[in-house]
Design a protein around this ligand. Sequence first.
Ligand code: ADP
Ligand code: MG
Length: 337
Amino acid sequence: MKIKYIPLLLALLLMLTGCGQRVPEQTSQIFAMDTVMDFYAVGDGAEDVLVEAAQEINRLEALLSRTRQGSEVYILNETGSAALSQETAQLLRDALTYAEITGGAFDITVAPLVDAWDIHGDDPRVPDDAEIAGLLTLVGSGHLHLTDGSAALDAGCAIDLGGIAKGYASDVVARLYRERGIQGGWISLGGNVYAHGTKPDGSLWNVAIRDPNDPAATAAMVQLSNEFAVTSGGYQRYFTAADGTVYQHILDPKTGRPAESDLLSVTIVAKNGTLADAYSTALYVMGEAEAVSFQSAHRAEFDMVLITADSRILYTPGLAGRISCQEGGRYELCALS
Ligand code: ADP
Ligand code: MG
């Protein structure tokens, strides 16, 4: 019985490897933008494209980092104004657009609050109500003024691109993969995934969505090709106060406090990595009901997977047939209409 299958298997293997020729493939890992980034590329030029990808990420970090002295964002925050490259200016315009579309759930001007809470910094703390009220007066898109080639901030205000920079970086690397004619591969920038082309056998890439209750495990798998999947959740970056309260790192720009979401994570699947990053943060802040109605109003732009605190995994129609979760596991998979 078994012998019958061997020639078929061999033939298949030869097909996959181009009649015995090895298809080049390359992996790499870097640490940048405060996270581990992994890259995988298959096809001619795979090695070169990963070198270029790392260079591009480093270039973007040098423009967009809040903490790197001399970056455009650093100068803007420190001095209240800065000349901007076209690229940074465009990203800030996009960030303002996403702030408007999401009704301020995503807002890069939350920076003074991010600093006060310092949730993933060295000195996390719980600011008191008066301090939060004072800092809230510094939050809002109206405090950031963009003109041709420069930006200015009102006194005391600052911007933080932590909720969007990795998404933008994933767009840049995805473009690189396309321009260099890379056959297939993926990138993972700390939770921001881009799946390029298909696997060598022509099937879609499987992207794991982590289990927020057990981040070493997988809650669901989605199959993707030429799409981004960006996840935001409260389970990765947080601190536990002396009284045991857990404070996670996504802030609600309306309350000035960590969002008290009924969602454990939001994964946005889209053709645009920047949008996916901004929306994943925003929809986590919104919570289930608002996220579902927001997606209905923007369904041409993106699909999503919501993991709720009461153990449901909700997915939008565009993911039908390409999402799965472990049967009999903790979560119930539910289709949204
Ligand atoms: P991660 O960067 O861990 O992938 P997100 O994309 O959701 O997660 O971004 C969260 C980061 O963005 C925070 O660590 C903070 O720097 C910043 N941030 C927090 N709350 C908001 C918000 N409501 N809008 C925009 N940026 C935010
Ligand atoms: Mg984000």
